[in-house]
Design a protein around this ligand. Structure first.
Ligand code: GTP
Ligand code: SPV
Ligand code: MN
Length: 590
């Protein structure tokens, strides 16, 4: 029975049913009973495996097709009516042409299958920030993941109401998982997303990157707010005051880890605490007080498994100990648990690797888990979840941090001189590519604001939107910083210890926001004096820290040339403010 009377939903559903011709339609109400049924069904067909009920209660294992393990940026499209509106950084096709192509792929695709109708809210139900989506899918895996990642079920239809047309229409089918016919397509002007021939998270959990970033960034530009690829965390001082920070790092560059960090002993014993609001996406609006406020539109964490362990990120690990779905990790057959590279030093002997093949972790040279294997874990499991996680108003942001993986060039931390310079700093972000997207790993590419694969419109207009938001925020704007945890020495080892110790850098950042810390002016912005980063208890010297903060002018001149080249892409859509900032950088370097 239909869970809504909303005629806009019903009409669209009729059209999609006529196109895909499922045998059966199941409305997802979000009840425990229904979810248990679906879990049992997925287990009975082998789509999912139930894990050890004592060690990992309520946890499931799933493997995607080996050719379907990451986002596919070359098959991801922004189909705005005008090509210019998608801009030079997105794949584009005329919506008419694309709909026609996709209709062929979706035609009758659900014959013999069930269509699940998933209503969901991005953001807390009832929050002015929140938005509703409906995803139609033929995958139980998608339903169970959406349950963790969003506020899913009948409450979302209640939030939408009986007449509103403001919901994102998502259509997904695994089809045959044919990678040559795989398409992840966004129609921003239609509020629609069509995804076909994939079963991997970022391509099929349509509330996440497709809606909450690509469609939402477009909505945000039109409606005067921001959708960003950012974590949100709170730092509580010993007096109990909490200051909030957002940070944009590209995929697999440390957002989940920073969002859940454990303070080093020196801060812990003074009474500092860190609270997680979000680990991947922030929706930000200007509040009644004129400050920038952020919510996390998600309800769970779709985190990178490899490297997650008791030392690097104990909070993330604890979050995954119940009610979690593991995708493409190794299956330990001895005790029916999961394993991945970097979990511990005891890989299982009797195991199955991420491709489903028998695997002996004590002898095999191959990896047991895929480098982009993931956990889908409920946010409420997180030991450091913020008490503002469900707050409909979100949290006020004091600082915005950009960062990426740079072996050289970018120093440990620097501060932008002002908002306009900060937008420049975000726009010139570059990072080495990771396994989160299909393609070469370790290649440096420009990834403005970590949004290169996620901006749903022309990147030049996106820069302008950032500048416009800054004008509205005026002197209430958050301060902007850039960090790099990934500088390496001549042997390729990371110099900075990273993880929990990143808090030492955050403390300087907060002190700067409160006007409590000094800085030195460099050609690229303000940097801490080395003695203003607390390295007590670390075995790195002040000399090493100086090295980490060093601005190599020759490298930066090369970078300035590369930025100039990159900027050419945007033609007259490049805001003049950014052109001026580049000129200033060049002058400063001379
Ligand atoms: P997405 O979910 O893809 O958006 O990734 P993310 O930005 O949340 O990255 P995540 O925190 O999952 O980290 C990805 C990888 O970076 C993991 O292998 C981590 O171990 C590693 N990493 C995270 N923080 C640090 C750090 O401070 N230093 C070093 N050296 N590695 C880090
Ligand atoms: C990312 O790639 O940035 C992720 C994982 O957070 S995905 O959902 O696949 O986009
Ligand atoms: Mn991400």
């Amino acid at each position: 029975m239909a869970l809504t009377k909303n005629p806009n939903v019903l009409k669209w559903l009729d059209e999609m049913v006529a196109l895909t011709t499922p045998d059966k339609i199941v409305w997802i109400d979000g009840s425990e009973e229904q979810l248990n049924q679906l879990k049992a069904e997925a287990i009975s067909t082998g789509e999912m495996e139930a894990l050890n009920p004592e060690k990992l209660p309520g946890c499931l294992l799933h493997r995607t097709h080996p050719s379907d393990v990451a986002r596919v940026e070359n098959r991801t499209f922004i189909c705005s009516r005008k090509q210019e509106d998608a801009g030079p950084t997105n794949n584009w096709e005329d919506p008419k042409v694309m709909y026609e192509k996709l209709r062929k792929l979706f035609n009758g695709v659900m014959k013999g299958r069930t269509m699940y109708v998933i209503p969901y809210s991005m953001g807390p139900i009832g929050s002015p920030f929140s938005k509703v989506g409906v995803e139609l899918t033929d995958s139980i895996y998608v339903v169970l993941n959406m349950d963790i990642m969003t506020r899913m079920g009948v409450q979302a239809f209640q939030h939408l109401g009986d007449t509103s047309n403001d919901f994102v229409r998502g259509l997904h089918s695994k089809a045959d998982l044919d990678e040559n016919e795989r398409y992840i397509v966004h129609f921003p002007e239609d509020n629609a997303i069509w995804s076909v021939n994939s079963g991997y998270g970022g391509n099929v959990l349509l509330g996440k990157k497709c809606f909450a970033l690509r469609i939402a960034s477009y909505q945000g530009k039109n409606e005067g707010w921001m959708a960003e690829h950012m974590l949100i965390l709170g730092i509580e001082n010993p007096q109990g005051e909490v200051k909030y920070i957002t940070a944009a790092f590209p995929s697999a560059c440390g957002k989940t880890n920073l969002a859940m960090l454990i303070p080093p002993e020196i801060y812990k014993k003074k009474g500092y605490k860190v609270w997680t609001v979000g680990d991947d996406i922030a929706w930000m609006r200007i509040g009644p007080d004129g400050r920038l406020w952020a919510i996390n539109p998600e309800n769970g964490f779709f985190g990178v498994a490899p490297g997650t362990n008791e030392k690097s990120n104990p909070n993330a690990l604890a979050t995954t100990r119940k009610g979690t779905i593991f995708t493409n990790v190794a299956h330990n057959l001895d005790d029916n648990t999961v394993w991945w590279e970097g979990l511990d030093k005891n890989p299982p002997k009797h195991a199955v690797d991420w491709m489903g093949r028998p695997w002996d972790g004590t002898t095999s040279k191959e990896k047991g888990a895929h480098p982009n294997s993931r956990f889908t874990a409920p946010a409420i499991n997180c030991p450091c979840i913020s008490d503002k996680f469900n707050d409909p108003q979100g949290v006020p942001i004091s600082a915005i941090i950009f960062g990426g993986r740079r072996a050289k060039t970018a120093p440990l931390v620097y501060q932008a001189r002002d908002w306009e310079h900060g937008v420049f700093v975000g726009s010139i972000m570059a990072s080495e590519t990771t396994a989160a997207a299909a393609g070469a790993v370790g290649v440096v590419r420009r990834d403005p604001m970590a949004m290169l694969p996620f901006c749903g419109y022309h990147m030049g207009d996106y820069f302008q939107h950032w500048l416009d938001m800054g004008k509205k925020l005026g002197d209430k704007a958050p301060k902007i910083f850039n960090v790099n945890w990934f500088r390496t020495d001549d042997e390729g080892h990371f110099i900075w210890p990273g993880f929990g110790d990143n808090m030492r850098v955050l403390m300087w950042i907060l002190d700067r926001c409160e006007g409590k810390a000094d800085a030195v002016e460099t050609p690229i912005g303000f940097e801490p004096k080395p003695e203003d980063i607390n390295i007590e208890g670390l075995d790195i010297s002040i000399e090493t820290l100086k090295g980490l903060l060093d601005v190599d002018k020759a490298l930066w001149k090369e970078d300035a040339d590369a930025i100039e080249e990159f900027y050419k892409k945007f033609g007259d859509k490049l805001p003049k403010e950014l052109k001026n900032e580049l000129e200033t950088l060049k002058k400063n370097l001379d």
